[in-house]
Design a protein around this ligand. Structure first.
Ligand code: SAM
Length: 291
């Protein structure tokens, strides 16, 4: 790529030429370091057999690299100002389609996207708007899309939660939500200095790969997720205290809860962060009778 968009000079030039400023509210921090883009391409093993979905192309810093390395790119951008700029900055590439839409409103089960099920290889690569990282990922996981992996730049703290191991400080309900269906690994850490404007937080690129099968099969995965949140509600309290606060009622007594815990051999004196996903599933099944 001759003069990449992802440099401070070009980015500022493009913004000034169009007379626009970035919106903090839409998580607009643009990458101005081509090396980071190459590393993202590498992490996604993007090649000429790969169809890529991008979220938030902005002025096209990453999109341009994807266009060069991938077979084709489908990019969703919420800000109409960028959709216009992209028509210009990406005009040398005929394998990019930009759609002006809020990614959280895209229904990938719609007929329009049926073709994505027939492509040779599908990955998602994005420098995410950080304010909606979790909903974007959860939607993609439940979208039914046959992607091989998701390569996503996000706040480092969130990447730490998604990759956390049981018993660590970062381990929480988000860890469980992600790791049940996906294998999560941090591809690399990203310094603040590679963005314009500089964000207040550190970033990391996370790689999520779908597991052949979920670690645990539960009757209702939303209810399971809520249940895990209950267990973590007061992180420093014991499982017993969190469960008691949620479940004891006129019809459910302390003794009922104690019996349920005993039956599955999980000590109420433990803290949620010590339970692995299999134990959470067992606990959820045992307590689902109390809802
Ligand atoms: N891809 C560019 C880059 O790497 O420099 C820009 C990344 S910037 C962190 C996030 C982008 O997501 C912005 O262009 C922003 O307008 C866009 N965005 C924010 N909310 C969105 C949403 N709900 N749906 C689609 N795009 C969104």
């Amino acid at each position: 790529i001759n003069k990449p968009i992802a440099t401070p000079t070009r980015t500022i030039e493009i913004m000034q030429a169009h007379g626009i400023k970035m919106k903090k509210s839409l998580g607009q921090n643009f990458l101005v370091e081509p090396h980071m883009l190459e590393k993202m391409i590498e992490a996604g093993e993007v090649d000429k057999t790969t169809t890529v979905i991008e979220i938030g192309p902005g002025i096209g810093a990453l999109t341009e690299y994807l266009a060069v390395y991938a077979k084709e790119v489908l990019a969703f951008e919420i800000d109409p100002r960028f959709v216009e700029i992209l028509a210009d900055t990406l005009s040398p590439y005929d394998n990019v389609k930009v759609i002006h839409q809020d990614i959280l409103r895209v229904n990938f089960k719609d007929e329009t996207y049926a073709w994505l099920h027939d492509v040779e290889r599908l990955v998602v690569v994005a420098n995410l708007p950080y304010y909606i990282t979790t909903p974007i990922i959860m939607n993609l996981i439940s979208s039914g899309l046959p992607f091989q992996s998701l390569i996503m730049m996000m706040q480092k703290e969130v990447a730490d939660r998604m990759t956390a191991k049981v018993g660590t400080k970062a381990y929480n309900s988000l860890t469980i939500a992600i790791q049940n269906e996906m294998e999560a690994e941090t591809a690399f850490i990203v310094p603040k200095t590679v963005f314009i404007p500089k964000p207040n937080v550190d970033s990391a690129v996370l790689k999520l790969t779908r597991r052949p099968a979920p670690l645990v099969e539960v009757a209702d995965s939303n209810a399971f997720q809520k249940f895990v949140q209950v267990c973590f509600r007061q992180r420093r309290k014991t499982l017993w205290n969190n469960l008691k606060a949620e479940f004891v009622s006129e019809t459910v007594s302390d003794a009922d809860l104690k019996a349920a815990l005993e039956a599955i051999d999980i000590e109420g004196s433990r803290r949620a962060e010590t339970l692995d996903i299999y134990e959470f599933a067992k606990l959820y099944e045992a307590f689902s009778t109390f809802y």
